[in-house]
Write a protein that binds this ligand. Structure first.
Ligand SMILES: [Fe+2]
Length: 273
């Protein structure tokens, strides 16, 4: 059995809720998950102080769990190199300094391979939108990134659980009515070809669990809600707890009950591997 705590969109800085962060920290220390996965947006404005707090969160988790972290659009200083003009290394300078030099880490634990993909490329022509509010928000995956993920999975035992962790949601959000990622059909098709069993993502600020069926085997998509006060539609924050056995993948949503300062059990979905 592998246990994964999937959290996303912590947004350290103004949107962070101290009681909520502390409750998750306690959850991690007491439940000792095999893996704590953070699918981006650690910060609000990619500032040093925000990343420093996120770094402490990750370091504490590493005392009891393996961790994997990738950047989200809020962790990228897109205004430093819009449309690829300027110094692209400035986009991720703070993330690299305070969180990790590796934007696309790979984590191997017994029975599972986690491949991190960076979908937050800043403002590029191919993700440009006419909606000013969306500048720098839309995510994308390049073919070369999928090729690298393929090589990473090829080095794993064939019956390993194959997990992709990325920031942007490939499934349309129920309230937002939006995909965070562009070219979702192509990306999900590529994941199916790679035999990806599980996708961990966030960005939508509304939790969701999806299953995409395809010919080989299906892909479970865990979209974690936000751990901040920016939850969509005034919904409570939540995290996803995932348990994997040789036969099943189960995703349990834990919902923050602020008035009781604790998490309560939300929906659970169970899938055959
Ligand atoms: Fe976010």
């Amino acid at each position: 059995m592998i246990t994964v705590l999937h959290v996303s969109d912590l947004h350290f800085g103004n949107p962070a809720v101290p009681e909520l962060i502390e409750a998750i920290e306690e959850l991690i220390q007491t439940r000792k998950f095999d893996v704590v996965a953070i699918s981006g947006d650690l910060s609000q404005r990619a500032r040093a102080g925000e990343f420093l707090r996120a770094r402490a969160f990750i370091r504490d988790a590493q005392r009891v769990s393996r961790t994997i972290v990738i950047p989200g659009n809020h962790d990228v200083k897109w205004w430093r190199a819009p449309l690829g003009l300027g110094d692209r290394s400035a986009l991720y300078a703070n993330y690299r300094k305070y969180i990790s030099p590796d934007l696309e880490p790979v984590l191997r634990v017994p029975g599972a391979t986690f491949v991190g993909l960076n979908t937050a490329h800043g403002v590029m022509t191919h993700t440009l939108t006419w909606n000013v509010r969306d500048i720098g928000v839309v995510g994308d995956l390049r073919r070369s990134q999928i090729e690298e993920a393929k090589e990473d999975f090829a080095q794993s035992p064939p019956d390993d659980l194959r997990v992709i962790i990325m920031h942007h949601n490939p499934m349309r959000g129920e309230l937002s009515q939006r995909h965070g990622l562009v070219h979702t059909k192509r990306v999900l098709g590529a994941f199916a070809d790679l035999g990806v069993d599980l996708v961990l993502c966030g960005h939508d600020h509304q939790e969701a669990i999806h299953y995409v069926e395809h010919t080989k085997r299906g892909t479970v998509i865990s979209t974690a809600g936000t751990v901040s006060n920016r939850s969509r539609g005034g919904r409570p924050s939540s995290v996803n707890l995932i348990t994997v056995s040789s036969a099943r993948i189960e995703v349990h949503t834990l919902i923050w009950a602020g008035h009781e300062n604790t998490f309560i059990d939300g929906p659970t979905r169970s899938f055959t591997r």
